[in-house]
Write a protein that binds this ligand. Structure first.
Ligand code: SF4
Ligand code: SF4
Length: 237
């Protein structure tokens, strides 16, 4: 069944597909997204790779032509992911199991900037990548240049295993962030996100950009990660 779902996801445009065992993190998931999520011990993580030609221009992130194009790409990938998640959920339901798609872009708490479940968690647990010092999900092949959606399910699909973080001594995302939102502390599931990421600094920066440029999205931390980037000496903003 897992193979059939993966084939369907990829035919519809997904580049990455993984299945996570959520039982190790269920208390955390329910605390954030609600007790109803405890019914789902598995999650399918699907990812769509962003386009390098668009991401590679983000060093010019003050240019509206660059950031509006990035926003368009971001929205298209999210929309496609939501459609793929719906198709997979319907296939699972047709087999007699329950499936609960989480949209690619969802915020249930604006102050904390969190969704019902972080897509990074199932992507990480399924083995698609690690959580970098940028707090982004970093994949070995495409780096953080990937958007994700999640389908929670009770279908007993075969699961993957997490992979080790490969940030090592790199600090490129920490150094490029214009508001120094990252502390440089590697991901540790026992520590709160605040130990690594001052989300309010990123949020207020993007708000200022929105007022000035009409679009707040920044993306420098996605742009600079050496994983997924082909230019060894990328232009700096
Ligand atoms: S999006 Fe920009 S401001 Fe926000 S954390 Fe990344 S680099 Fe920093
Ligand atoms: S830029 Fe470097 S430190 Fe930041 S997530 Fe990528 S590999 Fe890790």
């Amino acid at each position: 069944m897992k193979i059939e779902l993966e084939r369907t996801a990829k035919e519809l445009g997904a580049d990455l597909f993984g299945v996570a065992d959520l039982t190790v993190a269920q208390d955390f998931i329910c605390k954030q997204g609600g007790e109803h999520l405890r019914k789902f011990p598995r999650a399918i993580s699907i990812g769509i790779r962003l386009l390098d030609a668009v991401v590679d221009e983000l060093y010019r992130h003050e240019d509206p032509a660059v950031i509006f194009t990035y926003r368009g790409l971001y929205n298209s990938a999210n929309s496609r992911l939501d459609n793929i998640a719906l198709v997979l959920a319907k296939r699972i339901q047709e087999r007699g199991y329950r499936a609960y798609p989480i949209p690619a872009s969802q915020t249930i708490n604006v102050d904390k900037n969190i969704a019902a479940i972080s897509h990074k968690l199932p992507a990480n647990l399924s083995g698609l990548g690690w959580i970098g010092k940028s707090c982004l999900l970093v994949t070995p092949k495409f780096g953080p240049r990937v958007r994700f959606a999640t389908v929670l399910t009770d279908e007993p699909l075969e699961t993957g295993s997490p992979i080790d973080a490969k940030c090592n001594d790199c600090r490129e995302c920490v150094d490029i962030c214009p508001v120094k939102a990252f502390t440089g502390v590697p991901f540790d599931p026992t520590e709160p996100r605040e130990a690594r990421f001052k989300a309010h600094l990123c949020r207020s920066y993007t708000k200022r950009r929105e007022e000035k440029l009409g679009e707040g999205i920044c993306g420098l931390c996605v742009y600079i990660c050496p994983y997924g980037r082909s230019d060894k000496n990328p232009p700096q903003p």
